[in-house]
Structure formats: structure tokens, C-alpha cells
Design a protein around this ligand. Structure first.
Ligand code: ADP
Length: 515
């Protein structure tokens, strides 16, 4: 490998993605610098980085979103490039432009591509002109009457969407004409509040589709390739939860057609670097462009595991002007990869956030297991940011082996001190529809609403729901007291053996032996 393309790169992000980028930088001999807010002073990226710089207090508008300060910091510390990760400033065209103007390299697409793809209305128009199928939809809808007229024409249900939308915000499904005026007002005011842009349009609602997306990559020489698909249909309220590659229903022919459509979309905006073209795949096999994400995706590791590529390494190389290696467009997925996003949320209490200190952390290991984790044992999960702690990704020679591995890995995984979505995944892996790959974007919400994914195991975070818990606790205390009364000789650490064995018993109980 040649000399490093940059001496130093500043990572304008936090959590697991900052760690992921640091790893790629270190493997290329590049100094990795991170920014951190007061809430992240002792976070994993700060501990692992070569250099770490405080950027401001906890709230992201005063820290991770301070684009100007971040650019100035990069200049001051002699970084040649900024990697934005995902979220925060990653899809902020103004930031990308500012980075470029400062003479730094933005490790991502040109600002112009970010800008176009940031508008759903604009991007739909451009990619449709390029010959990519888009979800049948309207132009901007100035009022509810216009939206009702469109809905009448294409038929209910329809989806109202904010043009500037993201993260599922400003989106409303409308089933019948009488719901439309209220939904229109709601979508519009949510769009104004979240994005400062209240343009809204209407799309035909596609029934029971899958979310299948294509990873594309472009270089500065104009080469754009497709690196295959990811199936991201397991979503809660339009937010991805579990992703896999390849999709259980995409065959080589469909993969080729979706890949070609994705490359057309990317070329239409002069795309460079890593990007993702999202499609809805209807039960009949038709697919429609949904949007393009102009950044590295959370779920990029499943593509890495089935292609053998390091996408962050490629991002850095392409940003430095290197061409893509030859033959990328001929890669066929090998084996099967599944990713489970680990959220600090309680799936059995309405997904309430569960910040706090991770008292104990045991990550799974062994064949085919990868942890992209942003925390460590003893770390505190702040309330201020996205609740994702990290991702557990597995690879198997086929989907069945990947599911068995994920099940095994989830059984090894232990996170104490906060609630996580892990018990939900354990239940999901036993679900016949998931196992058979019968997925659609509303499947998880449907099953949750019908109570089909109840926790059946007693993972540590859920011991509190165990009706016998007070009895067990009383028994432990009794044993502990009896042990200290019997004056067992103290051990070197100052505790008593009695206490040690009581603690061991407690651990055995908490360790989920009943699962
Ligand atoms: P955002 O940018 O807010 O994430 P998207 O346009 O990407 O919004 O849509 C998010 C999710 O909403 C999709 O993954 C899909 O689950 C659902 N969705 C969006 N548009 C439609 C549609 N026309 N029909 C059915 N489902 C849709």
C-alpha cells in the first residue's frame, strides 16, 4: 500500500461510527482526531483517538452541529480532511461546501449532490428524468385540496411527505379522504418545525413493500459501481432495526436491474464516494426509487461482510483522488450477513429511552461475529443523542447459518445497567415470518401491536418484570447475612467468602440461566 492519502483526518461525529472511522484511519497510517461534547468526555472514540478536541456542551446544536467551529478546528490542527460519519452534518450541503471552500477534503460526495438529494421533490424529478422508476407521486402540494385531488386520482391510501424530510419525520399515511386535511396540516407543521421547510408532496402508498437499498460507490474519474443490495424491511416506525445482505428475495437478475437503476440515479447527480439508493420493492417485483442517502449508512457492515470490502477505507481513498479498484462491479455477495442495531431503549415499555451507566458489558465473540460498538463497560450513555449503542453483525455461509449465529451471539451478549432492544431481537429470531424471510416494512410494527414478540427470556435488563424477584432478593440477603454472621475468614480484597458466593449466586440468577 502506498503512503497515507492524508496525514490527519478529523472525525465530526461520535459513538460507534467515530470508532469505525478511527479504525479505518489507523489501518492506513492516518492520524485520527475526534471532536467531543462535554457529555462524551470519556467516550470510547475519545479514548481510542490519536487526538481529541472538546467542541462544546452536550446539546448537539452547541457541539456536533457547529460546522464553522469544526472547520476552524480542522484547519488549526492541520487535518487534511473531515469525515462526517452519518447523522449530524453528514448530509448538510452547506457544511460540505464550507469544508471544500476551506481547502479541506470532505470525505463524502460533492456538496452539489448532497444538496439535490436533500430535496425529495428535486431528487425524484432528476432521477425520473434519468430513467429510474420512482414511486408515483405529485409535485409540491400547496394545499390540502390539491393533495386530495391527487389522492383521488391515484387512489387511497397515499403518503404525504415533507420534501426536506428525513428520519421518518413529516410523513403521514392517509387512508381515506376525511383524514387528509388533518394529516396535511400535521405533515406541514412537522416539516416546518423539523427542517425549516414546509413543502409537502404526495405519493401513492405502496402496500406491503420491502425496503431494499443499493450501495453504490463513485470515484473522481466518473466510475460508478453498485455493490449489491441490503434488505432493511425490519423497521419500527420507519426506522431500521435489523438489516441483512443479500436480500432473501433478490436474485441475480433483479440485483443487476436494481444496481443499474441505482447507478443511473447516482450518475444523474455526478455522485462521488459512498452512497445508498433506497427503493421500495413491491410484492409483485416492481421497484421504485425512494431516496438517496449521500453518506455512509449505519448498515454498511453487512455489505462489507458479503463483499470483503472496507467501505470506509474506500471512502478515504476515493476522497484523496484514488480510482476505485477494478472489478468491483462484478462482485457477487458471498454468504449472508445480518446486523442488529443495539438501542438503549426498552422495547417492552414503549421503547422508552434508557440512558445511564453500562454496569456490565460482555460482547459476543467467535466465528462470524463482528461488533461495531461505541461504548465500553462503565461508560455512561447520555440522553442527548441517538440511542444506538452500536451494532452486532454476523456472517454465515447462508441465511440460516447467519440467523443461528445471531441467535448464539445475542445469547452471549450481556448489557447490564440500562435497558436495550436485545430481548426483542431474541424474540424476533424465533418468529416464523422472520425466519422464512417473509418481510415487509410494516411487519415489525404489526407484530408489536399484536403482542407477538413478547419477551420470553429473562435477560438481565428485564429481571425487574419477574414476579419472583422480591423473593429471590430476600433469599440472597438472608444467605448473605447468615454468611457474615458465621464470620468466614475474609479474603484479600476485604470482602467475605460468604459475600463472594452470594454475589456469584446473584450473578448466576442475573446471568439469564433461565433463558
Ligand atoms: P425518510 O427520509 O424520512 O427516512 P423515506 O422516504 O426514506 O423517509 O421513507 C421512510 C420509510 O417510510 C421507508 O423505508 C418505508 O418504510 C416508508 N415509506 C415511504 N414512502 C412510502 C410509500 N410511498 N409507500 C409505502 N411506504 C413508504
Amino acid at each position: 500500500m502506498g503512503s497515507p492519502p492524508f496525514a490527519k483526518v478529523l472525525i465530526a461525529n461520535r459513538g460507534e461510527i467515530a470508532v469505525r472511522i478511527l479504525r479505518a484511519l489507523r489501518e492506513r497510517g492516518i492520524t485520527g482526531a475526534v471532536i467531543y461534547s462535554d457529555a462524551d468526555r470519556t467516550s470510547l472514540p475519545v479514548l481510542l483517538a490519536d487526538e481529541a478536541y472538546r467542541i462544546g456542551p452536550a446539546p448537539s446544536p452547541q457541539s456536533y452541529l457547529k460546522g464553522e467551529e469544526i472547520v476552524e478546528l480542522a484547519l488549526r490542527i492541520g487535518a487534511g480532511a473531515i469525515h462526517p460519519g452519518y447523522g449530524f452534518l453528514a448530509e448538510n450541503a452547506g457544511f460540505a461546501r464550507r469544508v471544500e471552500e476551506a481547502g479541506l477534503t470532505f470525505i463524502g460526495p460533492p456538496a452539489s449532490a448532497v444538496e439535490v438529494m436533500g430535496s425529495k421533490l428535486e431528487s425524484r424529478r432528476i432521477v425520473a428524468d434519468a430513467g429510474v422508476p420512482v414511486v408515483p407521486g405529485s409535485g409540491e402540494m400547496p394545499d390540502a385540496e390539491a393533495a386530495a385531488e391527487f389522492a383521488e386520482r391515484v387512489g387511497y391510501p397515499v403518503m404525504l411527505k415533507a420534501s426536506a424530510g428525513g428520519g421518518g419525520k413529516g410523513m403521514r399515511r392517509v387512508h381515506a379522504p376525511e383524514e387528509l386535511p388533518k394529516a396535511y396540516r400535521a405533515a406541514r407543521s412537522e416539516a416546518r418545525a423539523s427542517f425549516g421547510d414546509d413543502s409537502v408532496y404526495c405519493e401513492k402508498y405502496i402496500e406491503r413493500p420491502r425496503h431494499v437499498e443499493i450501495q453504490i460507490f463513485g470515484d473522481r474519474n466518473g466510475t460508478v459501481v453498485s455493490l449489491g443490495e441490503r434488505e432493511c424491511s425490519v423497521q419500527r416506525r420507519h426506522q431500521k432495526v435489523i438489516e441483512e445482505a443479500p436480500s432473501p428475495v433478490v436474485d441475480p437478475e433483479l440485483r443487476r436491474r436494481m444496481g443499474e437503476a441505482a447507478v443511473l440515479a447516482a450518475r444523474a447527480v455526478g455522485y462521488v464516494n459512498a452512497g445508498t439508493v433506497e427503493f421500495l420493492l413491491a410484492p409483485g417485483g416492481e421497484f421504485y426509487f425512494l431516496e438517496m442517502n449521500t453518506r455512509l449508512q449505519v448498515e454498511h457492515p453487512v455489505t462489507e461482510l458479503v463483499t470483503g470490502l472496507d467501505l470506509v477505507r474506500l471512502q478515504v481513498a476515493v476522497a484523496a483522488g484514488e480510482p476505485l479498484p477494478p472489478g468491483l462491479d462484478r462482485i457477487e455477495p458471498e454468504g449472508h450477513a445480518i446486523e442488529a442495531r443495539l438501542y438503549a431503549e426498552d422495547p417492552y415499555s414503549g421503547f422508552a429511552p434508557s440512558p445511564g451507566t453500562i454496569e456490565r458489558l460482555r460482547l459476543p465473540e467467535g466465528p462470524g461475529v463482528r461488533n461495531d460498538c461505541g461504548v465500553y463497560e462503565g461508560a455512561t450513555v447520555p440522553i442527548h443523542y441517538d440511542p444506538m449503542l452500536g451494532k452486532l453483525i454476523v456472517w454465515g455461509s447462508d441465511r440460516e447459518q447467519a440467523m443461528l449465529r445471531l441467535e448464539r451471539a445475542l445469547a452471549e451478549l450481556r448489557i447490564d445497567g440500562i435497558r436495550t432492544t436485545v430481548p426483542l431481537y431474541r424474540a424476533l429470531l424465533r418468529d416464523p415470518d422472520f425466519r422464512a424471510g417473509r418481510l415487509d416494512i410494516a411487519m415489525l410494527d404489526r407484530k408489536l401491536a399484536e403482542g407477538e414478540l413478547a419477551a420470553t427470556d429473562l435477560s438481565p435488563g428485564h429481571l425487574a418484570h419477574c414476579p419472583e424477584l422480591p423473593m429471590i432478593a430476600a433469599a440472597i440477603e438472608h444467605v448473605e447475612r447468615a454468611a457474615s454472621r458465621s464470620r468466614v475468614p475474609t479474603d484479600g480484597a476485604g470482602g467475605s467468602r460468604g459475600r463472594w458466593s452470594a454475589a456469584a449466586r446473584r450473578e448466576a440468577i442475573e446471568g439469564g440461566r433461565w433463558s
